[in-house]
Design a protein around this ligand. Sequence first.
Ligand SMILES: [Zn+2]
Length: 412
Amino acid sequence: MSQTYSINIHRLQADLQNLAKIGFDHETKGVNRIGFSRADYEGRLWLMKQFKALGLEPYMDGAANVICRLGDPDKPAVIMGSHTDSVPDGGMFDGALGVLCGLEVMRVIKEHSIDLTYPIEVVSFSEEEGRFGGMFGVQSFCGQIDPAWITSVQDTNGIYLKDEMQALGLEPLDALKACRAPETVKAYLEVHIEQGPVLEEMNCPIGVVEGITGVFDWSVCLIGEANHSGTTPMDKRRDAFMGLTKFAQQIPRIIEDHGSDISRITIGKVDVLPGFTHIVPGEVQFSLCVRDLDEGIMQNLAQACREVLSSIARQDNLMFEYEEKSWLSPKHCDPEIVKLLGDQAKKLGYQCNFMPSGAGHDAQFMTDLTKTGMIFVPSIGGISHSPKELTKWPDIEKGANLLLQACLSLAA
Ligand SMILES: [Zn+2]
């Protein structure tokens, strides 16, 4: 019976366009709803208004997550969500899409008075984009937040989270009250733009996410000897930068020998010291970011990077040091929900691709709390975090319809 229902793309399109007006910059054409800014908060109030217009009672929890429930107040809920904050000059789909697809699904269920065995909830998690590092809203929701961090953390401009919250009339430590017990949640579903080129290149409208890749960050240092660039012969140098270039050249081979086809290794930031045109670089400090969906492969890649760096250091008479700044384990979507999404996509006649997510999402924390699934829709040109972010409306319609069917299978 569930196949007879479908979402209304015109309503969903209007919602996305209306929310995009909040925090819109007419010069850059970007959406600016940075976590806990005035515009972000306005976006949350706008969302609450949409739920109220349906005769529902949304609320903001202690972490400023906007939550609205339909159905039994006591049973565990099927949650649909994502985030409505943005990066500076972001696009209109990243995050907003998952929340507004949830709103549209709730509308369809309400207007057809569809009987639910389990209640459904829509959540807009706060501060997903990491202005303060981490994902404040969903971490609070999953009970993975430290009170000392809440009161001490600052953004890169030195602004405190607690001050931003207080300026909006929020009590920072109330975030601890946002924690949900696992028995209050039945499942979590999130629609999101892919933010990569895979689906568009395959001409495939739907991605079913199998997991969110783990990532570790190292701060690496190669130390040689600074010296005069004119008088030091080439074979007498201890040039730290040359050591770095040799390592960078080895990255494809490291992945080929120890990684998988979804491994990613990136050197994103390099400091060459002392950093002067006429001095042989005595030291390089660089970041190394490694991602994969398999923790064992991440460990193998770490070992291979260590070995290659040590061997280059030996050959080039350099010293090698590194510090592991963070290690986030890969998170897997629930196999039953992955299967359900694949089966429902097939029923709807949508081609779908099972794939990992290279980017972080609210869903990665939800995997610790409940059975989690994610639906990707294609990003044109693989572009996101940009005013140029774009997904075709027919693809959005398919993503939202798949969410509706999955939600009905889990809740009705
Ligand atoms: Zn996002």
